[in-house]
Design a protein around this ligand. Structure first.
Ligand code: DC
Length: 227
């Protein structure tokens, strides 16, 4: 394996399989995987629990001083879990009540500055695969490899439905479709760091690709740079 370390940014729409790909890529390269969406979700969870008005800048800023975020490896699931103030919130941040509000929270500039500062620290030694919306454009515009993941909307809804219905029998495809459309709109139209494809990103449309095919393609791009 190459000793050269690079930064790999994986950006794209909600429920495109970014995390699955980024995680597998990190495992293959023995890199650190960072799911930045989990950070925004944990911040949203904190604000919801404390009933903080997202438009009240002073309260949001004060809340951010009370938030400590970190990832910790879970040997049972072989994945890193998101911790909020030393509490494992990995399951709770995936719940619909957080999904419905997270885009609003991620649009707040103070929240973004708070999260991005931590992401810079996490990536300072390179050797990371970071997935999100603005990694290749704002967080690490100098990333050596930028992958922009897309998939057909109907396929994204179906994938999300299979994932969520395993733990929530009452969830409907309509509900998921509305949530994805809402998040895409919020994420692409917000003022601060909207979701955009970096001009130098490689596009990976995985609508008709298996996980293995996606991983092999991404790995070939990474290995070209690591040679
Ligand atoms: O990847 P995800 O669905 O868990 O992300 C949750 C929300 O956070 C999503 O609506 C967009 C936002 N997000 C963001 O604005 N910037 C990032 N780098 C990652 C996520």
């Amino acid at each position: 394996m190459s000793t050269k370390q690079i930064i790999i940014a994986v950006d794209g729409y909600s429920s495109c399989g970014k995390s699955t790909l980024a995680k597998a890529l990190a495992a293959q390269l023995a890199y650190v995987f960072i799911d930045t969406g989990a950070m925004y979700r944990a911040i949203a969870l904190y604000l919801l629990r404390h009933q903080i008005d997202f438009n009240d800048t002073a309260s949001v800023l004060n809340a951010l001083t009370q938030i400590k975020l970190y990832f910790k490896y879970n040997s049972t699931t072989q994945k890193s879990d998101m911790y909020l103030n030393d509490e494992n919130v990995e399951a709770e941040i995936r719940e619909m009540r957080v999904s419905q509000k997270v885009s609003e929270v991620a649009a707040i500039s103070d929240v973004r500055n708070f999260a991005v500062a931590q992401q810079h620290v996490m990536g300072k030694d390179k050797g990371i695969v970071m997935d999100g919306r603005d990694i290749g454009t704002v967080v690490f515009p100098e990333a050596e490899l930028k992958i922009f993941v897309t998939a057909d909307p109907a396929i994204r809804v179906q994938r999300r439905f299979l994932e969520l219905s395993a733990t929530n029998a009452s969830i409907t495809k309509e509900e998921i479709s509305e949530n994805l459309e809402h998040r895409d709109l919020m994420d692409t139209t917000r003022e601060h760091s909207p979701l955009r494809q970096a001009s130098d990103a490689k596009v990976l449309d995985n609508s008709n690709m298996t996980r293995e095919e996606q991983l092999n393609l991404a790995l070939s791009w990474a290995n070209d740079l690591l040679r």
